[in-house]
Ligand binder design. Structure first.
Ligand SMILES: [Zn+2]
Length: 316
């Protein structure tokens, strides 16, 4: 099923909040080439078009095949970048967003499921840089290969909880609802990355609705990683919307999915019947569930209420 007709047309011309955007999946190909050349690291191609033929795609694959793409270019950008290089990377990655409105970018440091030995260092870095833009930690990786939660991750998340570091976890993307349950009950996640398979366990889903757990939905990503039924008209986002769940709309990895946030808005509008009111609600949800400090969160909500023509209500 081709969805090219939904390609990056802006249908919601108002301020938007995005909570789930991987920096290493949002870099411009030009930036990868720049770092590859600068650091003498060989890439599969030396032109934008050539590189995109390796890293970008727009027909469904599975999560494992999707994650393999990172190995083509991560060596060029990973490692000991200087502060100047990191700034360059961030600026390039967020260029798209800057077109829409003034960005409030904050970082969430990400642990990987298959690298539990790194989690302790990740939480230490979260603590060290908490006043310099780092607001939380995440756990990502291939749920389909290994769903078993390592005690290294548990200890790191416990440390984050004790130190007031916000927590989100990729769960229930391709993995079962038990991974989501574990994320909330064991890792004390406040937000779930994706979470589509939560709805397979009605009791859990009902409980998470009550707890107001936030779901970072990435519609176009879920289509291309095979996380959900390829028929977008059966996507769990429809259920989330109907049940007034706390969710937001996000791109995930726009470099690889050859997308912008507009693509995701177009997809949910065209195939799931989302309206302007739904978009406003998703963005208010996103602002309420973001990990910004309270004062900045309040300012962000006020910006949205004003732009959406809503009466200012009590800020949560
Ligand atoms: Zn993600």
């Amino acid at each position: 099923m081709a969805h090219n007709s939904t390609n990056n047309v802006q249908i919601f011309n108002k301020p938007r909040v995005e909570l789930h955007l991987h920096l290493d999946g949002a870099i411009k190909p030009e930036t990868i080439l720049y770092f590859g050349k600068k650091r003498g690291i060989k890439l599969p191609a030396d032109s934008v078009e050539g590189l995109m033929s390796y890293v970008g795609y727009d027909e469904p694959r599975n999560l494992t095949q999707f994650l393999e793409i990172f190995s083509y270019y991560m060596p060029a950008i990973a490692g000991d970048l200087t502060p100047d290089e990191v700034v360059h990377l961030v600026n390039q990655g967020f260029q798209e967003g800057e077109k829409h409105f003034k960005i409030k970018a904050r970082s969430i440091l990400c642990c990987m499921r298959h690298m539990p030995e790194w989690s302790t260092e990740i939480v230490s870095l979260c603590k060290k840089y908490r006043n310099e833009g780092v607001v939380g930690m995440d756990l990502a990786g291939d749920e389909s290969l290994n769903c078993k939660l390592n005690s290294g991750h548990c200890t790191a998340y416990e440390e984050a909880f004790k130190n007031g570091i916000h927590r989100t976890v990729h769960a229930g993307e391709v993995g079962p609802s038990t991974v989501v349950k574990e994320a909330v009950d064991v890792l004390k996640a406040e937000r779930i990355g994706h979470g589509y398979h939560t709805i397979d366990d009605f009791c859990l889903y009902k409980r998470l609705l009550k707890l107001n757990i936030h779901f970072e939905i990435c519609p176009w990503s879920s289509y291309l990683t095979g996380a959900c039924d390829p028929d977008l008209m059966k996507h769990p986002a429809i259920r989330f919307r109907k049940d007034k769940a706390n969710y937001s709309l996000n791109t995930d990895d726009p470099l690889i999915f050859k997308s912008t946030l507009d693509k995701d808005y177009c997809v949910v509008s065209k195939y799931m019947g989302f309206t302007e009111d739904d978009f406003m609600e998703a963005n208010i949800n996103g602002a309420r569930s973001c990990f910004l400090p309270d004062k900045e969160k309040e300012e962000l909500l006020m910006t949205l209420y004003e732009a959406y023509g809503m009466v200012q209500s009590t800020v949560c």
